[in-house]
Design a protein around this ligand. Sequence first.
Ligand SMILES: [Zn+2]
Length: 96
Amino acid sequence: MDWLEASEEHIRRERQKARDLRRSQWWKNRIATGICHYCGKQVGARALTLDHIVPLVRGGRSTKGNCVAACKECNSQKQHLLPVEWEAYLEKLRQE
Ligand SMILES: [Zn+2]
């Protein structure tokens, strides 16, 4: 994976796919557990958001393998952290 910014077209296409994915039975099953993929907290299905492990701007895709259910806290943390800082955040969660 390179660190070039993905094209506008890629982002637009993958965002549309993410919207379709959110309506799928696969996603409904995914959030039914109510558990955040990252911190493992039980937050309830309504509080879970679709997060791309590899962000779309980094060339990530809206595939089932790249989309996880994340709580709002983890999602917002991930957005403003650098990948290396995000790793440190996950490491901290594992130690708690
Ligand atoms: Zn979380």
